[in-house]
Design a protein around this ligand. Structure first.
Ligand code: NAD
Ligand code: ZN
Length: 369
């Protein structure tokens, strides 16, 4: 049986189910939390051929009616108005009603797009996440954030729309390209640094998860979701500037700047940018005297050990300090020459601060070369 993690929200609570071969039992697992045995599936053109038949079988075995299946092109480009319109029109053409659930089968792109479609179709349809990337299983499928990108930036149109249940089937990760698996692992390492004991586990067993070993993946997904769901339960709508969901941005201020510079063209995956960001966050913490001087080396050693880039110099292209500083200033609204960052005291002890001098960040990036 799958492990069941409750996500306890003020309005309505739901469970994250983690285990193997959940797709083939999807109908039985979803039926108790859905108003009707009727679904519309949204996936992408890469995931569909690999896992759609298993999911369909699992739904039909429990008497579900599949009203329609929509497959969007794979990749970040599908978090667009055009694909949102395509999904919404397909839902309406299939005659969905308020009791028809939207099931997202895929990575974070499909989850964010399908979730936003579910939030807006008929002013809100029940929604089920069936994440098939490590990133989606440990991060994007839990927490209720959905949305698409605008020309002005990523994730700028969206809604909070919590799923009725999340089915994280770790067996689906077997078909994921190794680079995508590693990139998703960066968020596990991030959760480890936020949580503490999970970081120690990462140092000992993380490499086995990245190598695709089933028990290690299951543990990584389960413990990541435990951490994320606790954070989300305490701050569902990201209302706290200091604690709560803001802490999930560890490594992301640097990461987003690197990603934005690369233009989301697939040359630098989000998780790869976050991996470097974690190392830089540790370096910045040490530089400001907030953590043990040995922590940055420890973080970078683990990142490198799992095959992720640990330093900016590990990337095939260069970045100017000016460009990265410009991105971070835009991202974070500088106040009096100071930037907001999530910093580390030690694994399991993180905090946000709005008073990091821009000059210190700049000096750190210059050192990076
Ligand atoms: P993705 O959805 O693009 O998936 C990565 C690639 O893997 C795609 O090409 C996809 O077709 C393929 N794929 C997916 N599952 C597969 C499988 N089992 N086997 C083979 N191939 C498979 O990317 P992602 O990394 O999962 O998600 C990134 C997105 O998540 C970004 O848009 C990001 O903004 C979003 N995100 C959202 C949240 C949130 O809270 N909503 C949090 C973090 C990230
Ligand atoms: Zn992230």
């Amino acid at each position: 049986p799958p492990a069941r993690l409750p996500v306890a929200l003020a309005g309505r609570s739901y469970e994250v189910l983690v285990g193997e071969d959940l797709l083939s039992r999807a109908g039985a697992l979803m039926a108790p939390v859905l108003p009707a045995r009727r679904v519309a599936i949204v996936t992408d053109e890469s995931v569909g051929p690999l896992h759609l038949d298993t999911l369909r079988g699992g739904l039909e075995a429990a008497g579900f009616e599949i009203r329609t299946t929509v497959a969007v092109p794979p990749g970040e480009g599908s978090k667009s108005f055009a694909q949102l319109a395509h999904v919404l029109e397909a839902l309406m053409a299939a005659g969905v009603d308020r009791r028809t659930a939207v099931v997202a089968l895929g990575g974070g792109v499909v989850g964010d797009l399908a979730g936003y479609a579910a939030a807006s179709a008929l002013r809100g349809l029940p929604f089920v996440q069936v994440p098939t990337t490590l990133l989606a299983q440990v991060d994007s499928s839990v927490g209720g954030k959905t949305g698409i990108n605008l020309k002005a930036g990523k994730n700028l149109a969206g809604a909070f729309h919590q799923p009725a249940v999340v089915l994280a089937d770790t067996a689906t990760l077997a078909t994921l390209p190794p680079r995508e698996l590693r990139a998703g692992y960066a968020e596990v390492a991030k959760h480890g640094l936020l949580q503490g004991p999970l970081w120690d586990w990462c140092e000992q067993h993380g490499a086995r998860a990245v190598a695709g070993e089933a028990d290690a993946l299951r543990h990584a997904v389960l413990e990541s979701c435990r951490l994320k769901s606790a954070v989300v339960a305490a701050d569902e709508r990201e209302e706290s500037a200091e604690g709560g969901r803001a802490l999930l941005n560890l490594g992301h201020t640097f990461g987003h700047a690197l990603e934005a510079e690369c233009g989301y063209d697939g040359s630098l995956l989000h998780g790869e940018a976050v991996a470097i960001g974690l190392g830089l966050a540790a370096r910045l913490s040490a530089r400001l005297g907030r953590c043990d001087a040995g922590l940055p080396a420890r973080v970078e050693a683990h990142i490198a050990a799992v095959g992720l880039p640990a330093r900016i110099r590990d990337l095939p292209r260069g970045f100017t300090v000016e460009a990265l500083m410009g991105r971070m200033r835009k991202d974070k609204k500088v106040r009096d020459g100071a930037l907001r960052f999530v910093l580390l005291r030690a694994p399991g002890q993180v905090f946000t601060t709005g008073d990091v001098p821009a000059a210190e960040v700049e000096a750190l990036l210059r050192e990076e070369g």
